[in-house]
Ligand binder design. Structure first.
Ligand code: T1G
Ligand code: NAD
Length: 685
């Protein structure tokens, strides 16, 4: 069965794509579209054309799996040109997501009609690319430069109603009659003398032609978040060409920029992450027919930093939550924080007060554990102390209904030990959220030795419902993310005693693309996490800083000194404290280059990632990349730690670890998986 078919509705030819799951514009689809247009062009009985898709969505873009392979014609630009040059009006009938090449096909059409729930966007920049089938030249001519820049550089889609506002779609159809309304629209315009041709329009770019500063303003407003990424700069350059150059020259530049980006490392890294994110959702060894456990009510134990944020995820997804605390004050504080966070989101226009009240209306807060009895899932977020965790699991086991899932938000502790406190270890799982839990997209799902396939499949599905990216981890201290963070943190501390300053260490990572370095992160989280004045013994730099009242951003001083806008600057007092410590440690002091600091921080992390793989604590290397991208700010344009290691070569990492062996110390063990793959010239992914 061909992926493209045509149907005649009187004098209208409907070209239909049916290429599940997302009508990606692979070779067969492109060839079919070109043939459909030729069929219409060659038949005088046909007065107009409609292009529409079966399944859940209009074309969701070029087939990303084809990138990097030898191209097979017709190319997408050729197909879009053929559509645009068709003498009969072509109407795009849009449902689901018209993305990337899909929107470019629609921009080649003369008219666009979409259902109200449709989304339209050019997300190529999220793959390290720019629209490569005319999108950078046609979109500004249709919507104007400001909206085109926003859509192309952010890669975020717009709603159908917004698309109507900016002239991207001509009509909104009702969801159950898109095909019919599109055919009627086509028949209606068939008689028109002329039809709007995107590439010939200049009316929407005239303003920018007279005010080229719109580009400088855009760059100034967005430069910080675009730092390190190649694609956004290329996007801006291409849209500028749409204003300054004739269409043909603009298209030529777009093609050059596209070919350069598609063969570059950044796009390869970001395409890797696209598929890695989808791979992470798949659990090896779980039969497709594994039954799911219905989740209609969620219980949260502990309303502290994490409990409140975790609760918001379920409330925002429309699931009722029972929030339990051990004391009223803590409960009131937790509930107030939830409301404050929602009201702040509403104040920023990202939700209505009605939605705030709706979410708060789903929240039951109580001091009575018994109120958890009827929950389908209970997540504990109490203090990180095993004895308390064990006591909590014994208690939950005794009162929560059979069949319910019992989960822990522990950051480091052993899930199997908690499960052993219950009569239902198969129902116990780790759900490790990241702070702030209502914002951070990563969720480490910790698979216990006895966790059942149903429990695993259920929580993985639930993660998607609450907008999280779930990654399965085995039971080991710190799971995937925190376990790899530990060697990085300890090397960072050691580097201070060897002569590097906190700001040099942080700069080495921000230059690499991290939003912040380990010492900036420590100041943000608070240096006094787990610290008490009574128990302090001046035995670490961190303790001495805390003893001196330097507890991080919240006290205006930590490793850095902070001004009233919380902007950090190097601190002479911290430098003196470190120098004193270093002198007493007797370690030789010296200068470090950024490259050497990066090797000392990142190579041990990769080594730990390899150990996690060889122990089977992660299903695949790409899962580790997804953890670090979504939980620890690893720069997307390098693809994550394991992909980056593949990019620089595992031998390079191995040689680097050997070069730093003295500094890493006698207890440092090189992963045999890393060693083996490096010597065999293999890679992790
Ligand atoms: N190519 C190939 N496979 C794709 C694909 C694509 N464009 N989009 C999705 N898939 C696969 C995906 O890997 C998964 O496979 C399955 O479809 C379902 O996807 C020239 C250069 C459309 C919003 O960036 O954002 O056009 O895991 O799980 O959550 O200018 O998929 O089942 O084996 O994500 O409902 C631009 C990418 C391409 C859009 C649906 N387009 N896709 O989300 O399902 S570049 C994009 C998405 C381009 C031109 C350029 C989402 C979705 P599997 P899913 P979903
Ligand atoms: P927190 O101290 O802010 O909150 C813990 C809450 O649990 C307190 O309000 C306390 O009153 C309550 N509590 C303690 N014992 C209780 C009991 N028996 N019954 C009911 N309530 C009880 O701690 P947090 O930062 O929210 O951490 C909670 C858990 O989440 C820990 O296991 C921690 O390791 C984990 N975690 C924390 C972070 C983070 O960044 N803070 C990130 C991921 C995971």
């Amino acid at each position: 069965m061909s992926v493209i078919t045509t149907q005649r509705h009187g004098d209208v030819l409907v070209i239909i794509s049916d290429n599940p799951p997302v009508n990606a514009l692979g070779q067969a689809v492109r060839a079919g579209l070109a043939a459909g247009i030729a069929e219409a062009a060659g038949d005088d009985a046909i007065k107009a054309v409609v292009i529409r898709c079966e399944g859940r969505t209009f074309f969701a873009g070029a087939d990303i799996t084809e990138f990097g392979k030898p191209p097979v014609g017709p190319s997408l630009p050729e197909v879009v040109d053929a559509i645009e040059q068709c003498r009969k009006p072509v109407v795009a009938a849009i449902h689901g997501t018209a993305l990337g090449g899909g929107l470019e096909v629609a921009l080649g059409c003369h008219y666009r009609i979409a259902i109200g729930s449709a989304k339209l966007g050019l997300p190529e920049v999220k793959l390290g690319l720019l629209p490569g089938a005319g999108g950078t030249q046609r979109l500004p001519r249709v919507t104007g430069v400001a909206d085109a820049l926003n859509m192309i550089v952010s890669g975020n889609p717009v709603t159908a109603s917004r698309a109507l506002e900016i002239g991207l779609v001509d009509r909104i159809a009702s969801a159950d009659s898109l095909a019919e309304e599109a055919i009627a629209f086509a028949r209606e315009v068939a008689g028109a003398a002329g039809h709007p041709v995107s590439s010939l329009r200049t009316d929407r770019i005239a303003e920018a032609a007279n005010h080229p500063q719109v580009f400088d303003k855009f760059v100034a407003e967005n430069s910080r978040k675009l730092q390190g990424f190649d694609a956004p700069k290329a996007c801006i350059e291409a849209v500028r060409a749409a204003v300054e150059l004739p269409f043909e020259q603009g298209i030529k530049l777009e093609r050059e920029l596209f070919l350069k980006l598609v063969s570059g490392t950044q796009s390869r890294a970001m395409r890797h992450l696209f598929f890695a994110e989808r791979q992470a959702a798949k659990i090896d060894g779980i039969p497709a027919d594994t039954p799911l456990i219905p989740i209609t009510r969620v219980g949260i134990l502990g309303a502290g930093t994490m409990g409140g944020g975790i609760a918001m995820n379920f409330l925002s997804a429309g699931l009722p939550v029972t929030l339990v605390e051990r004391e009223q004050a803590a409960l009131d504080r937790g509930v107030a924080t939830i409301r404050k966070n929602y009201e702040r989101t509403a104040a920023r226009g990202r939700m209505t007060m009605e939605q705030v009240e709706q979410a708060m209306g789903l929240l039951t807060s109580t001091l009575d554990y018994e109120d958890l009895a009827d929950c389908d899932l209970v997540i504990e977020a109490v203090f990180e102390l095993m004895e308390i965790k064990k006591e909590v699991f014994r208690r939950l086991d005794g009162l929560v209904k059979p069949g319910a899932i019992l989960a822990s938000n522990t950051s480091y502790l052993n899930i199997d030990e908690m499960a052993a406190e219950t009569t239902r270890p198969e129902a116990v799982v780790g759900l490790h959220f990241f702070s702030p839990a209502n914002i951070m997209r990563l969720l480490e799902v910790v698979r216990g030795a006895k966790t059942s396939p149903s429990v695993l499949k259920t929580v993985m599905g639930l993660a998607k419902t609450i907008g999280k990216i779930a990654v399965v981890s085995g039971v080991c201290p710190g799971f995937i993310g925190n376990r790899m963070l530990s060697p990085r943190q300890s090397e960072a501390q050691k580097l201070l005693l060897e002569g590097a300053t906190p700001w040099e260490v942080d700069a080495a990572l921000t230059e690499f693309g991290f939003p912040m370095g380990p010492f900036q992160m420590a100041d943000l989280a608070g240096l006094d996490l787990g610290w008490t004045a009574e128990g302090s013994t001046s035995s670490t730099i961190r303790e001495v800083l805390c003893e001196r009242g330097r507890r991080g951003q919240k006290t205006g001083q930590g490793f850095y000194d902070y001004d009233e806008n919380r902007r950090g600057s190097p601190s002479p007092e911290t430098e003196a404290i470190i120098a004193d410590f270093a002198a007493r440690s007797g370690r030789a002091q010296r200068k470090f280059s950024g490259d050497e600091i990066r090797e000392r921080l990142l190579y041990p992390m990769i080594n730990e990632g390899a150990k996690i793989l060889e122990e089977g604590m992660a299903q695949r290397a790409s899962d580790i990349d997804i953890v670090w991208l979504n939980g620890y700010g690893w720069p997307a344009f390098t693809g994550g730690p394991m992909f980056w290691a593949d990019t620089i070569g595992l031998k390079t990492v191995l040689d680097g670890l050997a070069r730093h062996a003295d500094a890493l110390g006698q207890d440092f063990i090189v992963s045999s998986l890393l060693k083996g793959k490096a010597e065999a010239g293999e890679s992790f992914n």
